[in-house]
Design a protein around this ligand. Structure first.
Ligand code: IMP
Length: 176
């Protein structure tokens, strides 16, 4: 499908400020503890890189990659891990970092799968939250920006692997 020119929704200066605020909140909440940050590839890598550089607590990082059946901008209910964590998480304070919560299917399933490994705590930090699109109930513990039902790209988010590199979060109007 053709897509129009991306229009800026959040410019990089606004993103930088909000990421610093989130990092401040996370640093206060986990003060005195050591956090394991789990990034969900590929979309979260830019957000995660900025977030951890603004934390003032020690953290370790690991990554998961997930596949959901379905394609394009739609996701279905089936989620499986295609690249698993390399770190055991039992007894640890774990924070999942994701680019966006849309239907909620991916994160609710990932949380369920990681909970089975008995972390001490498990929370979710999502850069963006499109709450009106939820198909299953899901609330992230930390959210960068709530957004309306638009398809967004940039700052790690893609459309068919395009636009991830954009420094601003942009809306593509013509694909929905
Ligand atoms: P969910 O399972 O429907 O919550 O979708 C989560 C995944 O869908 C995200 O991690 C993104 O990869 C993708 N996604 C959902 N909405 C957007 C969007 O607006 N832009 C880019 N990717 C999106």
């Amino acid at each position: 499908m053709a897509e129009g020119k991306p229009e800026i929704l959040f410019p990089k200066e606004i993103i930088e400020g909000r990421v610093r605020e989130l990092a401040g909140q996370i640093s206060r909440d986990y003060a005195g503890r050591e956090l394991l940050i789990v990034g969900v590839l590929n979309g979260a890598f830019i957000f995660m890189a900025d977030l951890i550089r603004s934390l003032d607590i020690p953290c370790r990082v690991d990554f998961v990659r997930l596949a959901s059946y379905g394609s394009g901008s739609a996701s279905s209910g089936e989620v499986r891990i295609t690249k698993d964590l390399e770190t055991p998480i039992a007894g640890k304070d774990v924070l999942i970092v994701e680019d966006i919560v849309d239907t909620g299917l991916t994160l609710s399933r990932l949380v369920e799968m990681l909970r089975e490994r008995r972390p001490k705590t498990l929370r979710v930090c999502a850069f963006l939250d499109k709450s009106e699109r939820r198909l299953v109930p899901f609330t992230a513990d930390y959210v960068g920006f709530p957004i309306p039902d638009h398809f967004v790209v940039g700052y790690g988010l893609d459309y068919n692997e395009k636009f991830r590199f954009l420094p601003d979060v942009c809306v593509i109007r013509d694909i929905l």
